[in-house]
Ligand binder design. Structure first.
Ligand code: SF4
Length: 332
């Protein structure tokens, strides 16, 4: 996708902290990114890297307090999401921006039928009559590939398999024709075959409906075949960002290189022994004033312990936050 396509979502300087009894946790530190209409942006990192907190901060999906969005702008369709009232944000959430979570069993309400749960946003956000909402709910179940959709509207979540429940969650997220769909580790709890089916489904929906997708995952391999661009996060920061092919062909940040070694071979066979990244993720008790990867980095130098590297552009829409790629033209 050309860089000239105007972003539908533009995030600048996002900073989120958690105020805990033991002090502040700096979960998201000055994150910047753009999302363009119709593209799929993969957001990759270990647990605790800030990828989910970044997206949840945009839609106030975090408990506040203890969470606090301290700085930043998130321009979506001419409005700053971070400045919207709770009421206005509620109409964006589940309407213009859909969200699919990791575990559909905790997101779906076990006491209501699946049909009711798909119809609810159609009635509240789009004002459809009960009859029209039911018709649309059936179409949505068909769209996400659930057989015998008309009958299954009356079933409860526990009557669906894990993969089918995830499809129901996607149907709910798609109900109001969102411009952006945020999917947070939506395939992690599923077996590999079902994961592949859900990925194919998302790719197909993105192509057919033209919505932009943010796909959050800890596994670079999952998004290799579907993402347009990838943003790698570590220690609450974006450490590398590039078009997907460029990232796989020419990774620059030592963390991305380590992540790539954990990806099973592309031939489809699992590598005999997957590499694990040595060391622990950083404790984010203060704003970064050094490279957050320094304790695990094989190339760390004295400077890495006293300065936090900026994101340096290296051409082809590619940038990385590492002194090894300095000096180049600074990104953003
Ligand atoms: Fe490693 Fe230094 Fe680069 Fe950080 S800035 S990734 S510690 S070389």
């Amino acid at each position: 996708m050309p860089d000239t396509v105007k972003p539908i979502l533009s995030v600048e300087g996002l900073q989120t902290v958690f105020n805990t009894r033991k002090g502040e946790i700096h979960a998201v530190n000055h994150v910047d990114f753009d999302l363009r209409a119709g593209e799929l942006l993969g957001v990759v990192g270990e647990s605790g890297s800030g990828k989910s907190v970044t997206m949840m901060s945009l839609l106030k999906l975090l408990p506040m307090p203890p969470a606090e969005v301290r700085n930043g702008r998130a321009m979506f369709d001419g409005r700053d999401l971070l400045q919207l009232s709770d009421d206005k944000l509620r109409t964006v959430r589940g309407g213009e921006i859909g969200f699919v979570f990791q575990d559909p069993m905790t997101s779906l309400n076990p006491v209501f039928t699946v049909g009711f749960q798909i119809m609810e946003p159609l009635r509240t956000h789009m004002g459809l009559s009960k009859r029209d909402a039911k018709k649309r709910a059936q179409e949505l179940l068909e769209l996400v590939g659930i057989p015998d959709a008309a009958r299954r509207l009356d079933d409860y979540p526990h009557q669906f398999s894990g993969g089918m429940r995830q499809r129901v969650m996607i149907a709910i997220a798609l109900a109001c024709d969102p411009k952006v769909l945020i999917a947070d580790e939506p395939t992690t709890a599923l077996d590999v075959t079902i994961q592949a089916q859900i990925l194919e489904l998302m790719k197909d929906l993105r192509d057919r409906l033209g919505m932009a997708v943010i796909w959050i995952t800890h596994d670079l391999g999952v998004i290799a075949g579907i993402a347009d661009r990838v943003m790698v996060m570590y220690g609450g920061q974006v450490v590398e960002h590039a078009p997907v092919k460029e990232l796989f062909r020419n990774p620059q940040h030592p963390y991305t290189k380590a992540l790539l070694k954990t990806v099973p071979s592309l031939s489809g066979e699992r590598a005999k022994r997957l590499t694990v990244i040595e060391g622990q993720p950083p404790i984010l008790s203060s704003a970064p004033n050094a490279c957050s990867f320094r304790d695990r980095c094989p190339h760390a130098m004295p400077r890495c312990g006293t300065e936090n590297p900026a994101r340096y552009g290296i051409g082809n829409g590619h940038d990385a936050a590492c002194f090894l790629v300095e000096p180049e033209v600074a990104h953003v």
